[in-house]
Design a protein around this ligand. Structure first.
Ligand code: TXA
Ligand code: MG
Length: 315
């Protein structure tokens, strides 16, 4: 298959919508990372997403919708869910909610679970596309186990990317947030952090007015996000909290200049936006990577979560 690279103009959006309506998969920009989108109501299209990613099919997907009203046709939102949606949608927040019986979402999307993960993306191109299509199921547009893509070039990376495996990529440049969405669910009735991400936990706690349960990344739970311990893996070995990079290592810095710095000024938002691209570039040096300590608050908590996964033993 020849993968089309589409511009994010009227023509490109119309072409992407036609491909999606025909059951094809198209990589699309969101403010977090690029998603590998398929029609969430078409089981065959959803199967093609798993096929293109080489992803274990027990891992459920996020459904992207243009607005809160559409979200309410797919899932039941509790008062707490409504409060978070009002505070952070459109944006980098995914809510895991009870799936409505009449939602019409292909069962493969939720891997048969009674819940569905929903997100209203803020990216103008994702917004414009979602208004031409129905709800789009989309995991991050990387092959399973690889670093999430924050540009169309990452999606098509000849080394492990999806070129030739998907119908098209809608190219809108770099993703402004650069980290996947924060995922909140209510697995036992209490608001729980399922994955740290682009919205800092502190902001969610502020909006809720009470603390969150924290049980993300439970490797024993097959349906919890991030169940694959090594998930954001570069090829190279990765050393964390490296205050003293050794001569043979590629140094990913923070708070100082350098060819692979996440932020010269120690800005966590900038570091998040640069994280995955920097890991890809550092990986191409072909040497072990040493990453400077990153403060563990705000977006730093999500950055450290991704770095720990990237450093985890490979399965
Ligand atoms: O920012 C993002 O979230 C990006 C963009 C494309 O929206 N998407 C993304 O998707 O990161 P993915 O598939 O790489 O991660 C989605 C996570 C998975 O870890 C999955 O287990 C979890 O969401 N998830 C989906 N549905 C779920 C459900 N019903 N219950 C629990 N977790 C769920
Ligand atoms: Mg992913």
């Amino acid at each position: 298959m020849q993968t089309e690279r589409l511009l994010p103009d009227q023509m490109g959006l119309a072409r992407a919508a036609i491909l999606l309506a025909g059951g094809a998969v198209v990589a699309i920009p969101t403010e977090t990372v690029y998603g590998l989108a398929g029609d969430a109501k078409n089981g065959q299209a959803v199967a093609r997403i798993y096929q293109a990613k080489g992803r274990p099919s027990f891992n459920p997907l996020i459904v992207h919708v243009p607005d809160l009203d559409t979200a309410r046709t797919i899932a039941d939102l509790s008062p707490e869910a409504e409060r978070l949606a009002a505070a952070f949608w459109p944006g980098a927040l995914t809510l895991v909610l009870p799936l409505r019986a009449d939602a019409g979402i292909a069962s493969l999307v939720t891997a048969g679970l009674p819940t569905v993960a929903l997100r209203v993306p803020a990216h103008p191109v994702a917004q414009a596309l979602l208004r031409l299509t129905g709800p789009l199921a989309a995991p991050s547009a990387n092959a399973s186990g690889r670093i999430s893509p924050t540009s169309a070039d990452h999606v098509l990376d000849p080394d492990g990317g999806l070129d030739g495996r998907i119908a098209a990529v809608l190219d809108a440049g770099s993703c402004p947030v650069g980290l996947e969405s924060t995922i909140i669910g209510w697995p036992d009735g209490r608001a729980t952090l399922l994955r740290p991400g682009g919205i800092p936990v502190e902001a969610i706690v502020d909006a809720l007015g009470h603390p969150l349960d924290d049980h993300h990344a439970d490797p024993a739970a097959p349906n919890a996000p991030g169940q694959l311990t090594s998930h954001y893996a570069p090829q190279a070995a990765l050393r964390l909290n490296a205050t003293d990079p050794a001569p043979g290592e590629t140094h990913v810095a923070f708070g100082q200049a350098g060819p692979f710095t996440l932020s010269e000024t120690g800005d966590l938002t900038q570091a998040a936006a640069r994280l995955f691209d920097t890991l890809r570039r550092a990986d191409r040096e072909g040497r072990p990577i040493a990453v400077a300590p990153i403060p563990d608050h705000g977006l730093g908590a999500a950055i450290n979560d991704r770095l720990r996964r990237a450093a985890a033993p490979r399965g």
